[in-house]
Design a protein around this ligand. Structure first.
Ligand code: BG6
Length: 491
């Protein structure tokens, strides 16, 4: 089924997601030779009445070279843009989709090497409110019609609903039209290099096998920080808040990969089965272990409703009730307008039993996986301080990608994930039952926040967030190392 014409249709082609992520990802794939066959064609679809060239002009500025690919960039941009054709139409009327189908079919007839076979990928760079009508239109007018091979797939992105009920409703609507193997729910954190590395790290290294459990690990933190606020998207953000925007999807997906048992094989279904089990083992959240914050100034955004209680920061403890993790707090923390931009996983180990160096020690072992920026993993450990004296110091074993893999350009998350959708690999996409289990965890808490039964405390933009969050961390047993900071190596 991986042969025949490939038509990639970007719906919402003139929107932000398409311009900033989808088209640049397609361009990078093109540059690496993945979309260069004469059988590949790209269609942009949106409501605005513009020409092919107008669309190309809107995209061009976002197709920027990176350090290893500057050569030949301009020519490649021109060639790539020529692959794009624009079709204008609404999201809920037959006409536009009939026209789209006609364009796709014409392209297929003129280019197809394998008669009748065709592959159609629909990327919905659209607000979820129009997913149901758009899916209906695709199903009615634009499916791959051939019995001779090929497929039709749709790619959708969060927010998938606002809570369990609305998410299930959306899933039902889409599920009536498409089978699960045709639906690709993107969570772009699953496309990040170090997130993709987690399974390899955990299950291909003897080091980790015996230590990755409650006997050795005292806490796990999964942290997302941004050093900017909701500038320009306050209106959107306010309907969702940081839990729906980051924690329920991106951080929870990372948690699954950190906590899951070893899958039977690398088959996508086997991996996703294990992720679902972790989610189903999460105990109901305890209000005492949740801190919500909102940065000062958030309410000044004219698009944010006055008096909004929407959190722009949250720290919460998830408890996984199973044999491996009972008693180990998984702390998920995310915030906007903080002091830095970074995302990392921090695994802290317990004290050494019967420690004879205790009086001199400054900290516990930690294994840190830095997702961004400066991808790295490092192990904080205690060593003898080099020199004549017998004293100890905190040091690290450091695998910094920028240094270790100097000639490698790390692909963008979207690039990789779009390639997976073309190849038909669902490993890094969220399955329906996974999505449901994820909403089950957060829905009661979200409803209490929506009703203002739980309040956000304020914090200063550019700070670490509310102090209460650090106190919570301490309460659940996290021990901060004093006098040690990891410094990413410079080239
Ligand atoms: C998006 C959120 O999913 O992820 C944004 O909606 C956030 O609020 C973004 O800024 C962060 O992605 P990344 O890849 O820059 O960490």
């Amino acid at each position: 089924s991986e042969d025949g014409c490939l038509s990639i249709v970007v719906l919402g082609a003139s929107g932000d997601l398409a311009k900033k992520k989808t088209f640049p990802a397609l361009f990078n794939l093109y540059r690496q030779g993945f979309l260069q066959s004469h059988e590949v064609y790209i269609f942009g679809y949106a409501r605005t009445k513009i020409s092919d060239d107008d669309l190309r002009d809107r995209i061009r500025g976002y197709l920027t070279p990176n350090k290893n690919t500057a050569e030949g960039h301009t020519e490649d941009v021109s060639k790539f843009l020529q692959l794009i054709k624009y079709v204008c139409g609404s999201y809920d009327a037959a006409e536009g989709f009939q026209c789209l189908d006609k364009e796709i079919s014409e392209h297929e007839i003129s280019r197809n090497s394998i008669e009748g076979s065709s592959r159609r990928l629909f990327y919905l760079a659209l607000p979820p409110s129009v997913y149901p009508p758009v899916c209906k239109m695709i199903k009615t007018y634009c499916m791959n019609k051939s019995d001779l091979g090929g497929w039709t797939r749709i790619v959708v992105e969060k927010p998938f609903g606002r809570d369990l009920e609305s998410a299930e409703h959306l899933s039902n609507q889409i599920g009536e039209l498409f089978e699960e193997p045709q639906i690709y729910r993107i969570d772009h954190y699953l496309g990040k290099e170090l997130v993709q590395n987690l399974l390899v790290l955990r299950f291909a290294n003897r080091f980790f096998l015996p230590s990755w459990n409650r006997d050795n690990i005292s806490s796990v933190q999964i942290v997302f920080r941004e050093d900017f606020g909701t500038e320009g998207r306050g209106g959107y953000f306010d309907q969702y808040g940081i839990i729906r925007d980051i924690i329920q999807n991106h951080l929870l997906q990372v948690l699954c990969l950190v906590a899951m048992e070893k899958p039977i094989s690398l088959k996508p279904e086997h991996i996703r089965d294990e992720k679902v089990k972790v989610l189903q083992s999460v105990a109901p959240l305890n209000d005492e272990e949740v801190v919500l914050g909102q940065y000062d100034g958030y309410l000044d955004d004219p698009t944010v409703p006055a008096g909004s209680n929407t959190p722009t920061f949250a720290t919460m403890v998830l408890r996984i009730h199973n044999e491996r993790w009972e008693g180990v707090p998984f702390v998920l923390k995310a915030g906007k307008a903080l002091e830095s931009r970074k995302a990392e996983i921090r695994i802290q180990f317990k004290e050494v039993p019967g420690d004879i160096f205790k009086c001199q020690k400054q900290g516990r072992n930690e294994f840190v996986i830095r997702l961004q920026p400066s991808e790295a993993m490092y192990m904080k450990l205690t060593v003898k301080k080099p020199g004549l004296e017998m004293s100890t110091a905190q040091s690290e074993l450091d695998l910094s990608y920028g240094q270790r893999y100097q000639d490698v350009t790390i692909p963008e998350a979207y690039e990789r994930l779009i390639l997976d959708t073309i190849r038909g690999d669902q490993q890094h996409f969220v399955r329906r039952d996974e999505l449901k289990a994820a909403w089950e965890i957060f829905t009661p808490l979200l409803h209490r926040i929506d009703k203002s039964e739980l309040k956000s405390v304020s914090y200063k933009p550019g700070s670490r967030g509310p102090e209460e969050a650090d106190e919570l961390l301490k309460k659940v047993g996290y021990v901060q190392t004093h006098g040690y900071t990891w410094i990413p190596p410079t080239l």
